[in-house]
Design a protein around this ligand. Sequence first.
Ligand SMILES: Cc1ncc(C[n+]2csc(CCOP(=O)(O)OP(=O)(O)O)c2C)c(N)n1
Ligand SMILES: [Mg+2]
Length: 422
Amino acid sequence: MRVLPRQLDQPLLRPAVEPGVGAHALASPEQQATAPAFSGSTGPEEADSYVERHTMADTAKPKGGGTTRSTGGRRRSRKDSPSNIADEQPKVLLEYYRQMLLIRRFEERTGQAYTQARIGGYCHLNLGEEATIVGLMTALQERDYLFTNYRDHGYAIGKGMSPRSVMAELYGRSTGAAKGWGGSMHMYDTETRMLGGYGIVGGQLPLATGAALAISYRGGDEVVMCQMGDGTTNIGAWHESLNIASLWNLPVIFVVINNYTGMGTPVEASSAEPELYKRGSAFRIEGVRVDGRDVLAVRDAAANLVERARSEQRPFLLEATSYRMKGHSVVDPAKYRTKEQVEEARSNDPITAFEATLEKAGILTEEAKQEIADSVREEVADAAEFAENSPHPEVSTLFDYTYATPVANESRRMPADPVFAE
Ligand SMILES: Cc1ncc(C[n+]2csc(CCOP(=O)(O)OP(=O)(O)O)c2C)c(N)n1
Ligand SMILES: [Mg+2]
């Protein structure tokens, strides 16, 4: 067991993170072997052009003495990632592009199916977060675990779940990831280690922390990634989870997707420290902010923290700034947003930006673009057809996967629960 209290002489001031080596998890083992190391930057100064970091040193030395109520990275001009596109494997870049497009088309189809009443319940889309998702999921190894909030479809696909099982779950069919009983907010798959999809804001944090404790207790080398929104950083579970994760040195990366809005509430109206990557400082957790529209920057920043969490057995905080393309959920017309804000979100589309970069570099040809568009369209259509033709779950199975019993507090034997096995 490695759950040890922090040594009093453990240094609190960590050096700025060296720019990491991309994980290239989507590449084949051969590609990984030949993939060049991240080469666009050699030092923290340069790295800071695309990521910002927060260590305990920053807390000790407030900068400038002015108000901290800035909008963070929101109005900063976009700076190029130091990842040099020319040093990347074209095949890998095209795979990132394909995955981003797959999530985009999948979510568009989901929105459409929802308005046709084929999907019921709450439904939140990842439109605008595609680069963040692909960058994050690429940084994880297969053996690593993932917990997310309710905005989980793209993450489920990115972690390796099939679009068929995700779409069937959205349709509430028995072939879905959670046998049709979970729906949009509860994607779950032990095989790919996607441990959910949670509808309660912050509900995933104690669970992810607990999973990291289990890893630490068993002496494993897996890492847990726990995704959440900006609005989650003021909920009790945030403080409890970050505190215990730091106290017990747990290998968990808390990832905050800062789309500047919790439903309709701006970050500045809900967080006394709107620069969210600094919010770990009360728990002595180092934080990094990255531009979530830049798939390579997200991959590099996340891969670095994931590997540090693995080797140092420490929690980290990663903030990815992002734009929500639509309302909070499918039924939210987002009337609270000004025309300019909608325009701003549209003009920050991560897919069109990546597409343009790849085209300019001669990596994405017209032909390849068409091919990818067609294959993605087919994959999404296939998922929708599969869901449409799948059976609804049997009513008799309604209580099979719940803790609730017909008689209150009666013990229930859960499937595969060794405690109740005879
Ligand atoms: C404990 C709890 N309180 C309130 C809600 C209602 N609610 C659902 S989503 C949400 C906003 C969360 O915003 P954020 O964490 O920024 O995530 P985003 O939707 O932007 O991805 C709220 C308040 C909830 N689901 N759970
Ligand atoms: Mg938000």
